[in-house]
Ligand binder design. Structure first.
Ligand SMILES: Nc1ncnc2c1ncn2[C@@H]1O[C@H](COP(=O)(O)OP(=O)(O)OP(=O)(O)O)[C@@H](O)[C@H]1O
Ligand SMILES: [Mg+2]
Length: 419
């Protein structure tokens, strides 16, 4: 059967378009609704902008519905009218979750419905200030003949909600399931259509969850928030550095602490390395979890060449504890120290944290936001920071007390300092 009619670009433009002279265009700062869950607020860049559409993606069972029902509770307690639509769960099921979250009163409306046009009719009548659709893949538009969850369906659903949000200045959230390949179903086809994309991540066997901003038209990205999943809902973890270092084995070879920057926040993380003789001669394993594997491979090559260690017959496993992902080069020195510590079977002195980018000649290069990183390390009781010499001079005027700063220029020097 022919597809009937998808919403066109023309439908999407509102108000009626007309070219305007740049200097004549007036704008007012869009208002934001703040969310009582402060961590969610921060990831959104300081609240949700009126009339914006936020997509929250995550794997099945990670806690997406919990997070948004909890946010609905807070919005409604503050006197906002909220419509939470679920196309996956019955009203009873939602109420059961709500009881766990301690939803009490307020104008929170629940709707269990899968037909998008009916949902939008209800929404138009109810005129909520906050609108939540759970989930984009299980709602269908009768404008299209294709099946629920197909790319054209999820795009149509997103389109209609987007138009509704913009036209009526409604804060809207869409929940999206992530496929096994890690993309929002309809390979990334929704990300460009919405204002904000957040990903909710975590490991099944850990109770903590990380919410990260992937795209934000109204604020910075790469902000993260850390939550703990408890029976009464998600509880924000206000000191993530302490949380991620909680179970760190001290004085253990192969474990090193570095300080990374996530959005506006410094975050201490533990990098672990395990080097062991391989069973796959000629093709040893190189496994990294939470680190960029190309960057790690480059560092291995630099260590081999400049420090004379041989990794030929060795399997190498690298991990960042707690399910964090660190991409920035400032963690290079941490990776190097973890590897060398493991090979030498000597622990990095306790109270040390490592910062610095490593170049191909084995030089240690400056990193940004050193002051914030050092302060974070100090606040968690670290006594020494090994950092690029290049950063030391700019830090002199700061007169930092309570933590030793050890400047290094080359990776050889790092090894001398640590071991
Ligand atoms: N009584 C409880 N105590 C603690 N945690 C619970 C309890 N009940 C549910 N959970 C947690 O909530 C998670 C499910 O949360 P939620 O339904 O919000 O996830 P979701 O991402 O919306 O899932 P789905 O993909 O099925 O829509 C479960 O994996 C479990 O960890
Ligand atoms: Mg759900």
């Amino acid at each position: 059967m022919e597809e009937i009619q998808e919403t066109t670009a023309e439908d999407m433009s509102f108000p009626p378009s007309e070219p305007m002279l740049y200097r004549d265009i007036q704008y007012s700062q869009k208002q934001r609704l703040t969310v009582k869950i402060r961590e969610l607020d921060r990831v959104l860049g300081g609240g949700i902008v009126l009339g914006s559409l936020v997509l929250i993606g995550g794997e099945p069972g990670i806690g997406k519905s919990t997070l948004l029902l909890q946010a609905s509770r807070d919005f409604s307690e503050e006197g906002k009218k909220v419509l939470y639509v679920s196309s996956e769960e019955s009203l009873e099921q939602m109420k059961m979750r709500g009881e766990r979250l301690g939803i009490d009163q307020g104008e929170l409306y629940l709707l269990a419905e899968t037909n998008l046009e009916k949902i939008m009719d209800h929404a138009a009548r109810l005129k909520p200030q906050v609108f939540i659709l759970d989930s984009v893949q299980t709602v269908f538009s009768s404008k299209l003949s294709s099946g629920t969850g197909t790319i054209s369906q999820v795009r149509e659903v997103t389109n209609q909600v987007f138009r509704f949000a913009k036209k009526n200045d409604i804060c809207s959230f869409l929940i999206g399931h992530i496929t096994k390949e890690g993309s929002l179903a309809g390979p990334k086809s929704l990300e460009h259509m919405v204002d904000v994309v957040l990903y909710f991540e975590g490991e099944r066997d850990h109770s903590h969850r990380i919410l990260r901003a992937f795209k934000n038209r109204f604020g910075p990205v790469s902000e993260i928030a850390v939550f703990n999943m408890e029976s009464t809902g998600l509880r924000a973890i206000s000191n993530p550095s302490a949380f991620f270092l909680k179970e760190r084995p001290e004085e253990e070879p192969g474990s090193v602490v570095t300080c990374t920057i996530k959005g506006s926040r410094p975050l201490l993380a533990e990098i672990q390395a395990l080097v062991s003789s391989t069973l796959f001669a000629g093709n040893p394993r190189r496994m990294t979890i939470g680190l960029d594997r190309y960057r790690t491979a480059m560092l291995l090559a630099v260590i081999e060449k400049k420090l004379g260690f041989g990794f030929g017959g060795q399997d190498i496993h690298m991990n960042v504890a707690g399910g964090l992902f660190i991409k920035e080069p400032a963690a290079d020195l941490g990776i190097l120290a973890a590897l060398v510590s493991c090979i030498k079977n000597k622990s990095v002195p306790s109270g040390f944290t490592m910062l610095g980018e490593i170049g191909l000649s084995g030089e240690v290069r400056s990193v940004n936001q050193t002051l914030a990183r050092i302060k974070e390390a100090r606040s968690l009781g670290f006594k020494s920071v090994v950092l690029p010499k290049g950063n030391l001079s700019e830090l002199k005027k700061e007169k930092i007390k309570g933590i030793d700063l050890i400047g290094v220029k080359s990776i050889r020097q790092v090894v001398e300092v640590l071991f």
